[in-house]
Write a protein that binds this ligand. Structure first.
Ligand code: DAH
Length: 339
């Protein structure tokens, strides 16, 4: 019995020496101390010993058990220390390694100018209104006094989705939506995307951006329109900028005008940017047509208003001297980083 126990102890010791992970340790534990383990079997067989032998063998068996338990615990600790050491080695921090370079982006010139424009109008008390890009013919055309046979209504110019749903060809439908929703005083701008069936070239794109403006109140005159646009032009292009109105036609305003700013590069003398004209066209505007007011539920006998609309790409191109609109959509970082 005694030799058997000493033998077990020696075998367990050997097995532990070769156990190099948690699973192997557990196998040793189960193999000697588990329910079916070798040591457990010896303890069970002690019933067959004489009363003199029993305490001696029992004491030795306990000693062997304690010995194996301690050896297991020690080996376990040793393995954990090794594991930690390996982990620390693997995670070694090299403070001399070069840092990771990540680039900070820039704002797109279109977004930058749109924000600049919106900020100028907001400082004059305008609020920002939004409308859908997929729009009803009703708002894009009918409510804006645009007659059935107007060229803009041709499928050559406008993307139709169904007979009465289209991709808005201008931001002007937001005017109609706001007037139908609210009674004056109204003072809104609405920047956003518009769509036209145009081929891509240096000055055209089937998707571009406009900024619409609308003011309706009692006693609004063309003088108010002029003063407001002049303030905008000076803040956008410089204190010395002048504006001029040229008569024009838009179905939804009467009278209507195209508005030019004096060239901020040459001051009006004529140069490459203004193509020798001294003036640069930037927008369309006018007094809201009584038919439009009436059609949107506002009494033209009580209220009057002005409206204007401008292309944001155009303002960006003028301001930064960009001569090809495609550059704004190609996302070439060498171009975009200049702004
Ligand atoms: N919607 C016009 C266009 O796309 C621009 C415009 C002109 C808007 C006159 C206006 C306006 O509000 O009064 O060409």
């Amino acid at each position: 019995m005694k030799t058997l126990l000493l033998d077990i102890r020696a075998k367990a010791e050997d097995a532990l020496k070769n156990a190099n992970d948690d699973a192997a340790l557990e196998a040793v534990r189960v193999g000697y101390l588990g329910k079916k383990g070798e040591l457990t079997a010896v303890l069970r067989g002690m019933g067959g010993l004489s009363p003199e032998e029993r305490p001696i063998v029992g004491a030795l068996a306990n000693e062997v058990r304690t010995y194996i338990e301690n050896a297991l615990a020690e080996k376990k600790k040793e393995l954990e220390e090794k594991k930690l050491e390996a982990k620390l080695l693997a995670e070694k921090l090299d403070v001399t390694a070069p840092g990771e370079n990540f680039e900070i982006g820039v704002r797109h010139p279109l977004e930058k100018i749109e924000t600049e424009m919106s900020d100028i109008f907001r400082s004059m008390g305008f609020e920002i209104a939004e409308g859908p890009e997929v729009e009803f013919d009703l708002f894009n055309f009918q409510k804006l006094n645009i007659p059935e046979n107007h060229p803009a209504r041709d499928t050559q110019d406008t993307f139709y989705i169904t007979d009465n749903i289209l991709l808005r060809s201008q931001t002007s439908p937001v005017q109609a939506r706001v007037m139908m929703d609210t009674q004056p005083p109204i003072r809104i701008i609405s920047p956003g995307r518009v769509y036209r069936a145009d081929e891509v070239d240096a000055t055209h794109s089937p998707v571009f951006h406009q900024l619409e403006g609308l003011v309706v109140d009692k006693g609004i005159t063309m003088g108010d329109l002029r003063g407001m646009l002049e303030t905008f032009a000076k803040q956008m292009f410089g204190e010395n900028t002048k504006i001029r109105f040229r008569p024009h036609h838009f179905p939804f305003t009467e009278p209507s005008a195209e508005v030019d700013v004096s060239c901020f590069v040459c001051g009006g003398k004529g140069c490459r940017v203004c193509k020798g004209e001294g003036w640069i066209e930037i927008l369309g505007a006018g007094m809201v047509h009584p038919n439009v007011l009436r059609g949107c539920g506002i009494d033209p006998e009580v209220y009057s208003g002005f409206a204007f609309g401008m292309g944001i790409e155009r303002i960006v191109m003028i301001k930064y001297g960009i001569d090809d609109m495609r550059l704004l959509y190609e996302n070439d970082l060498r171009f975009l980083k200049q702004f």
